[in-house]
Design a protein. Structure first.
Length: 430
């Protein structure tokens, strides 16, 4: 018990002030406010599995604990960063035994659930489906991209928002008054300092409290009082050196500069923006997806290997993970940036889609239709099987009559596409 008390007193301020009831919880009024979804679910004790999706420091873990306490369910917490499949199965078996022998339901809280691989996520399915556990997952990444569709279909996705200025100020003043915080100290904080701290913490409650703790504990007592002003807060604020908002302009601007550098054949600039995204905490899968798109949009058949390299990089990110996956991403980035460029396929498909959208119903030549088609008319020609002819080619019309003069694919003279031009020209002269 003494050790437990010591741990509580030495724990970070954010942990000591962790709310235990919905009434103490700050923020997320759209979910926990009176009459809102989570408020009703908790009061009725009709919990279903759910995923909390939101930025760091907005109360995902705290909310899961409050739910467990309020509903009197057993609370099991694991982190997808440190838990493997064996540990997950042990936890699920424990939950099953709790229900079987003690008739007690369990809430399984999985922090950073997006870091579980497909096998680990699949292992959860039967336990969630049968109601053996109520799953509450927490993720900072879009669950529709990072979590299996089968698991998504069995959970409610609840979006948590960054804390607003008034929420953050409420946390600051509570920390100064509550005995679990600095209620036993004579701390005076200037309004300017409160404003600065609330406005420079990116809506992250944990960041606010950790910075406040540094400010208070590192300031000397003068005449029995600890005075915290704007300068003290400024020197104590935990701010990333890199300005990067994953959901804001900096995120999109950097990703845009990254792709445009690849398109512009500047591997140095592409690596620079890759480094900025990685160091700012960007999801490596997001970067890999951008590379796959660029491989087809900007390089295409000028170097068909570009798509192979990009897809391989995405797989490598899944298998290896950070920090080593930065090397895979760097290889793919420099390959794509250095490759010959062509947007011929990109332009071609856009033009073809535009023609399809005109509303005209294209009349597919009879000899190209399925042989079982009820519309087929053998009087309109016979399909010529190209492999029966020299060079595996025979000239015949494939486009509908209305579009027979259209040219959608216009290869560039870069890289492999130069060979494609020569090959197509050769076939025309046969």
């Amino acid at each position: 018990m003494n050790m437990e008390n010591n741990l509580k007193s030495s724990a970070p301020l954010a942990n000591r002030l962790r709310p235990e009831t919905l009434e103490e919880f700050v923020g997320q009024e759209h979910l926990v406010g009176e009459g809102k979804y989570l408020n009703r679910v908790i009061k009725s004790d009709r919990l279903s599995s759910m995923i909390f999706y939101g930025p760091p420091g907005v109360g995902k873990t705290t909310l899961a604990r409050i739910i467990a306490n309020t509903t009197k369910k057993r609370f099991i917490q694991i982190s997808a960063v440190t838990s493997n499949l064996k540990e997950l199965r042990e936890v699920l078996l424990e939950a099953e035994n709790n229900l079987k022998y003690d008739n007690k339901n369990s809430i399984l809280f999985i922090d950073e659930i997006h870091r579980f691989n497909k096998t680990q996520q699949d292992a959860l399915l039967p336990f969630v489906e049968k109601g053996i556990v109520v799953l509450i997952g927490a993720t900072t990444e879009n669950p529709y991209f990072e979590i299996n569709k089968a698991l998504i279909s069995r959970t409610q996705i609840l979006t948590l928002e960054s804390l607003g200025e008034s929420d953050l100020k409420k946390l600051i003043y509570r920390a100064l008054k509550d005995k679990r915080g600095f209620g036993d100290l004579n701390v005076e904080i200037t309004p300017d300092a409160v404003n600065y701290l609330a406005n420079n913490s990116s809506g992250d409650g944990r960041n606010v409290l950790n910075s406040l703790e540094i400010a208070v504990l590192s300031t000397n007592t003068l005449n029995g009082k600890i005075t915290v002003d704007r300068d003290v807060i400024k020197d104590s604020l935990q701010v990333k050196n890199i300005v990067y908002d994953k959901n804001g302009n900096e995120h999109y601007d950097t990703a845009s500069a990254f792709i445009k550098s690849i398109r512009g054949t500047d591997p140095d600039a592409a690596l620079f923006y890759l480094a900025k995204m990685l160091e700012s905490g960007e999801d490596p899968k997001f970067i890999a997806r951008r590379l796959i798109i660029s491989a087809s949009e900007d390089i295409s058949n000028a170097d068909p290997m570009a798509l192979v390299v990009a897809v391989s990089a995405f797989e490598a990110v899944n298998i290896v993970g950070l920090p080593e996956a930065r090397i895979n991403l760097a290889q793919a980035t420099t390959y794509l940036a250095s490759a010959p460029k062509s947007n011929a396929a990109y332009l071609g498909i856009n033009e073809a889609i535009s023609d399809i959208k005109t509303g005209k119903k294209p009349n597919i030549p009879m000899y190209l239709r399925d042989i079982h088609s009820s519309d087929i008319d053998s009087g309109e020609g016979v399909y010529k099987y190209p492999h029966n002819y020299k060079n595996n080619y025979i000239h015949q019309q494939y486009l509908p009559e209305e579009f027979k003069e259209k040219k959608y694919y216009r290869p560039s003279e870069n890289g492999y596409e130069k060979k494609i031009i020569l090959y197509l020209e050769k076939l025309k002269n046969l």
